[in-house]
Design a binder for this molecule. Structure first.
Ligand code: MRU
Length: 359
């Protein structure tokens, strides 16, 4: 692990998705923090599988990966006409889109890819423009996250302790991060001004797959931002002892009324924040807002395998045959959210009006 991350983080951007001209090189996040291992592939199905098994994860990151998967699919097709290419890509699109259901960024990115396909005239032109569009989606995501980081940093108190959940950092996006991007921008401004104060991040470990402990802690350590790690069941105690100044999390899908789907357990923190009178912020690019749905009731929730609950790191922790439910996300009602930070504006309730202005 020593020194392996040297080329991975550049100017605050985690380069975990790298387009290589005609293949995609991606970091296998399931192995972090113990191993930094990349996979290089030109097979779109390897990318779908990586999304399913969370080797690539986080809403904006799977949107970026979906764009690259579509481009890889297009370049692998032997088609002598544009219509044959389009027909074969229809099936691939369905396959990529179904790899994970909750994050809307996946279908958002694929819609952009299909629009490019429809505007292209030849097979050769399509492949060239699709690759370019996938790269655009990637670069734009980094820019959106940097902009929302700059916008949101004023909400982060200098002397405070900011709680976050799951991983909404560079690894979960094109490279900069949403919630962690805001924290990063805020911390950079503090240190630029020579102030490091008592600022710190409180990281929840995030059962069952420990994205907080494995990934957020890893990113904060790489960035030299002070943090402490707690288990998820310590959150209420931490609030009660006045150790939390605000909470900031990412999002997988936001409905028009502001209801927000994010990693299972986010809702718990929102309820705790409301009870203790602490601000609860969501940070997400506008690609995470689903203008097609009215409220959180319509957000599809992914259910994952039983082993994620009955085992920890391959070791069985519940008796054989134990019944399990494993929803990967929950929905935080918008009345528990103090503000939603996007790259266009900091939105406040009523969210429908705010979104209408910026979308
Ligand atoms: O199951 P995961 O690890 O993909 O879940 C990720 C989250 O819930 C993140 O908080 C969310 O995607 C926002 S990422 C900027």
């Amino acid at each position: 692990m020593e020194g392996v991350a040297l080329n991975l983080v550049h100017n605050g951007v985690v380069r975990h998705l790298q387009w290589q001209g005609n293949s995609l090189r991606f970091l296998d996040q399931t192995l972090l923090p113990n191993k930094v291992e990349f996979v290089e592939t030109s097979d779109y199905q390897v990318v779908c599988d990586a999304i399913r098994r969370l080797a690539i994860r986080g809403a904006p990151a799977i949107g970026v990966a979906a764009g690259y998967a579509f481009a890889l699919g297009a370049q692998s097709i032997k088609a002598d006409s544009q219509s044959v290419l389009a027909e074969k890509l229809r099936g691939m699109r369905r396959e990529i889109e179904s790899s994970r259901p909750t994050a809307v960024n996946l279908s958002w990115a694929l819609k952009r890819m299909v629009r490019i396909l429809e505007r292209s005239r030849t097979v050769q032109e399509s492949v060239k423009l699709l690759i370019r569009e996938a790269e655009n989606i990637h670069v734009e995501d980094i820019d959106m996250c940097k902009t929302l980081g700059q916008l949101g940093k004023k909400l982060i108190p200098e002397e405070g302790s900011v709680m976050t959940y799951c991983n909404a950092g560079g690894l979960a996006t094109g490279g900069y991060g949403t919630a962690l991007g805001v924290i990063h921008s805020a911390f950079s401004s503090m240190t630029d001004g020579g102030r490091t104060g008592g600022f710190k991040v409180i990281v929840n470990e995030t059962r069952p797959l420990l994205q907080g402990a494995r990934l957020t802690a890893w990113e904060l350590r790489e960035a030299d931002i002070p943090f402490i790690l707690i288990t998820d069941n310590m959150a209420a105690h931490t609030f009660a002892h006045k150790m939390v100044t605000c909470v900031i999390v990412g999002a997988d899908r936001i409905a028009l009324n502001g209801d927000t789907a994010n990693k299972i357990g986010t809702y718990n923190l929102a309820v705790l924040a409301k009870y203790h009178g602490i601000p609860f912020y969501v940070a997400a690019p506008t690609s995470t807002v689903d203008a097609g749905i009215e409220s959180g009731r319509d957000i599809p929730i992914e259910h994952r395998g039983e082993e994620e609950i009955t085992h920890i790191a391959g070791h069985q922790t519940a008796p054989p045959g134990t019944s399990v439910t494993n929803p990967a996300f929950d929905v935080t009602p918008s009345n528990l959210i103090s503000a939603i930070i996007t790259e266009k504006a900091i939105c406040e309730a009523p969210y429908r009006d705010s979104f209408e202005r910026i979308l």
